[in-house]
Design a protein around this ligand. Structure first.
Ligand code: SAH
Length: 587
């Protein structure tokens, strides 16, 4: 086998492809054939079990099934008349060890018919590339028999590095090219006619405004412009070229060629100036929990619109030159504040700015990110929105409190929910499931109500009364002894964890006070790594150290404090140097 292949692209329109076999690969070969405008003929015995995709194509008439065993004459009699009925290519999808595979391969090679046998490079005279197709743009990759998975991975990598719309841009550029050629052809024709008419009259020929040399010069200028932009413009800019852009550039060439240099991009600036909006999550609190994508967006945005909860450590990363607006959300003003942010975002977009809408945690977890996406899409900026995920407090706060949300034998599911439904009304409480961890966001302000809803059928908010007037008691309620934890300001220096059970959690919060934002974690997972202290109603742990140790930022947070409460009447412990989670009680 040659070390490398001659890569070609074949115009297979109306070609006849013989496909031998009936497995999923045969279905894929038929699909490929159809995609390139060829006619697939399937050879498989009537008894063959057809792949469902094949059956579908046969049923709707796309693929013709010759219900018979393969015969040598097939390759010489089923093809197009104009090439003496020889088929254009043969695809064998049988096992390479099937003697028929090598038989067909030899037969085709003797008759110079291109043949491909699945998984058997030595029996193939050609192989298919792993392809990426975007309109008229096709990219093919082969490793010459070194592995199709590898080719496909490389092809995906190449494709993902290309800007979107490149295929459409290829079409557009192709059209321009053709237009320049056609227009030039027409101008030449009309010039030839004029010259012919004028040849009887010497004087007016001398006065002709346009000469052949002028036309050639104009043509070469426009062609040069085209080849220059293809060569030098960043692909992203090329991919954004529109018909209007092209029209205006070509017109300006015709009107006054000298004003436009081949690399003059002024005409296309409005393409670049269309604003963009990035909806990004900034994580639970600690700036080290930002993603690199969001950090980059913070550094490059023209304007930043931040939620009230975005942690100050994150806001500190914003360059001083960048204007920042922080939502004026306070009770009763949430809707207005949200509307204000959206309007500011829209104004920024219209001014061609890169607007960063910075949210706390993850933008799509109780962050109204989806609504904002819809808003900007409705305003016509659907293709200008990027959404960047963030580490959600719902999953990271438990982690920073040493609660594994799932753990084998303890919890096999996690439910993230809100303690407050729409318009501040309580939502239906989730049922008790022994192996479930539930994380409640936006719940601590109504903790007593929530506990009542979870633990009984009779609480006013969660009560379901049947048609018979009886309280519906089918929902499984949570045992009061279920361990739970309140995690507040997770990953911030003043992080606090209160470990307790459903029975005491409301009292604990009442007594300790709240330190928003905080959430409630419920379920056996709360005791998977840290066992409850039976002698105490709750235990309070102060401080966050998390990962500062290895990022070399250990400072004041190294001092973590632990206080404990017994029977609800507690004494505050002095600050002690604890382990990384401040558990150690050394007094
Ligand atoms: N999009 C955010 C959640 C927004 S809703 C995210 O993915 O994290 C706001 C709620 O998130 C708060 O009421 C609180 O329950 C929770 N929360 C946010 N940050 C927190 C933190 N650092 N520690 C504990 N809870 C937090």
């Amino acid at each position: 086998m040659a070390p490398i292949s001659l890569l070609t692209s074949i115009d297979a329109t109306s070609h006849i492809h013989l496909i031998v076999g009936s497995n999923p690969l045969a279905a894929a070969r038929c699909a490929k054939s159809l995609e390139v405008g060829a006619k697939p003929l399937l050879v498989a015995p009537e008894s063959a079990e057809l792949h469902y995709a094949l059956q579908k194509r046969i049923d709707n008439g796309e693929v013709q099934w010759l219900k018979k065993a393969f015969e040598d004459e097939d390759v010489l009699r089923l093809g197009r008349e104009e090439i003496n009925s020889v088929v254009d290519a043969v695809f064998v999808t049988l096992s390479p060890r099937d003697p028929l595979s090598s038989h067909i391969s030899k037969l085709c090679q003797r008759n110079r018919i291109p043949v491909n046998v699945a998984d058997s490079p030595s029996l193939c005279t050609f192989s298919l590339l792993s392809t990426h197709t975007d309109g008229p743009l096709q990219i093919g990759v082969t490793t010459n028999g070194r592995g199709c998975k590898l080719s496909s991975r490389i092809r995906r990598e190449i494709a993902s590095s290309l800007p979107p719309n490149l295929g459409a841009a290829c079409s557009r550029l192709g059209t321009i090219r053709k237009r320049i050629q056609e227009e030039d052809h027409l101008s030449h024709l009309s010039l030839a006619e004029t010259l012919e008419e004028d040849s009887t009259d010497q004087t007016s020929a001398f006065n002709a405004l346009v000469t052949e040399a002028d036309l050639d010069a104009a043509k070469s200028r426009r062609m040069r412009w085209l080849s220059q932009i293809c060569e030098y413009w960043p692909l992203r800019r090329l991919a954004n070229i529109t018909d209007t852009d092209v029209d205006s550039v070509l017109k300006s060439y015709a009107a006054n060629p000298s004003t436009s240099t081949p690399l003059d991009t002024a005409h296309l600036d409005h393409v670049e100036k269309r604003g963009r909006i990035i909806l990004a999550g900034s994580g639970p609190g600690h700036p080290d929990l930002l993603t690199r994508a969001t950090h980059k967006a913070i550094l490059s945005a023209d304007v930043i619109l931040a939620d009230k909860l975005v942690p100050s450590g994150v806001l500190d990363l914003i360059p001083r030159r960048t204007p920042v607006h922080i939502a004026r959300k306070f009770p009763g003003n949430a809707e207005l504040a949200q509307q204000e942010l959206l309007s500011l975002g829209l104004a920024g977009l219209q001014a061609g700015k890169t607007v960063l809408r910075l949210k706390q945690g993850d933008p799509y977890i109780y962050g109204r990110g989806g609504e904002e996406f819809e808003y900007f899409r409705k305003e016509g900026y659907g293709d200008r929105i990027s959404v960047l995920p963030g580490i959600t407090s719902a999953l990271s706060a438990p982690l920073f409190a040493q609660i594994p949300a799932t753990q084998r034998g303890v919890s096999d599911q996690v439910l993230i929910c809100t303690g407050t439904g729409r318009k501040g009304k309580p939502s239906v409480p989730p049922e008790y499931v022994d192996t479930r961890t539930v994380v409640f966001l936006m719940a601590l302000h109504r903790i007593s109500g929530l506990v009542a809803d979870l633990t009984s059928h009779d609480s006013a908010d969660a009560m379901v009364v049947g048609e018979d007037g009886e309280v519906d008691r089918r929902r499984v309620v949570w045992p009061k002894e279920t361990p739970c934890a309140v995690v507040e300001r997770a990953s911030c220096p003043d992080q606090r964890v209160v470990r307790t059970t459903l029975e005491f959690v409301a009292a604990a919060i009442e007594e300790e006070g709240s330190r928003p934002p905080g959430l409630l974690v419920l379920g056996k997972a709360c005791e998977a790594l840290i066992k409850g202290d039976k002698g105490r109603k709750w235990v309070v742990e102060e401080g966050f150290k998390g990962f500062d140790d290895f990022v070399g930022m250990a400072g004041i947070e190294e001092l973590v404090g632990v206080s404990e409460k017994t029977e609800g009447v507690g004494s505050v412990m002095p600050l002690v140097r604890g382990d990384s989670y401040g558990r150690e009680l050394k007094v």
